[in-house]
Design a protein around this ligand. Structure first.
Ligand SMILES: [Zn+2]
Length: 259
């Protein structure tokens, strides 16, 4: 079976339009997780950009104002999750099915709330997975496009379980001293032995790292290796792997009529 590739880009920064252009150029699909605004002070793209993005890619929610949920009480959690979803749906006129936990920080009550608010799936920041995990409300990733230290990989590894199957990817991450080499080594391993490669990142970081060329070179490599029908948004990956019914992901008029 050929490798499935998905990409997610977090925080809705205006530079996401540049990232989207590169993904498009190499025929790749992705999901952009966008808060309505960002309490940390980063800019969030305009409504016009958001609408344009949604015509070519999936848009998912990232809370109302990029709030870490774990510290919040239930009332505030509900506010953040439901207002983030409704805000995007009002702008786009589309159902928003995907959610991403800001900072990857969440607890059991947050998973319950994401489900209760009608999301089909939710993405975490667990890394070094070469599959789609065990739960569509805790979708893991493979690697972040960022030069993390070895300590960050080790802590994420320790925290996110499934140690046996993540040991090989961890070894590749620790063995390669340069972060771009690490990314390519993991991808080439996934082509041989993996089911899913899930790249994630932030457009603002790509810009701060001055790594647009490296980012595009990686996308070009992926575009050569992954079959066209295996390049997916996060939502399409969930549908493919977890078998979520189409009517749940995209309600049709007939579905509404049937109640
Ligand atoms: Zn974020």
């Amino acid at each position: 079976m050929s490798l499935l590739f998905t990409c997610s880009i977090d925080d809705g920064h205006p530079l996401d339009m540049r990232t989207a252009e590169l993904l498009d150029k190499h025929g790749l699909r992705a999901t952009f997780y966008v808060p309505i605004k960002n309490r940390e002070g980063s800019y969030v793209m305009t409504r016009e950009n958001l609408r344009e993005l949604s015509r070519r890619f999936e848009v998912g929610s990232h809370t109302y104002d990029h709030c870490y949920l774990r510290e919040l009480d239930v009332r505030r959690t509900y506010y953040q999750i439901s207002k983030g979803k409704n805000g995007l749906e009002d702008v786009l006129g589309l159902p928003i099915n995907g959610f991403c936990y800001p900072g990857g920080k969440y607890s059991a009550k947050d998973i319950d709330m994401v489900r209760a608010c009608g999301f089909v799936y939710a993405r975490t920041t667990a890394n070094l997975f070469l599959d789609a995990g065990h739960s569509r409300l805790e979708l893991p990733t493979t690697i972040q496009f960022y030069p993390h230290s070895r300590g960050v990989y080790l802590r994420n590894y320790a925290r996110s379980g499934d140690w046996l199957k993540r040991a090989g990817p961890l070894y590749l991450a620790l063995r390669n001293d340069h972060w771009i080499k690490r990314l390519h080594a993991l991808f080439d391993h996934a082509v041989e032995a993996g089911r899913v490669f899930h790249l994630w990142g932030h457009s603002k970081q790509i810009d701060e790292l001055d790594a647009w060329d490296e980012f595009e070179a990686f996308l070009a490599h992926v575009g050569q290796q992954v079959r066209a029908d295996a390049r997916l948004t996060n939502g399409e990956l969930v549908q493919r792997v977890y078998g979520v019914e189409r009517k749940v992901l995209a309600p049709t008029a007939a579905h509404f009529k049937a109640g």
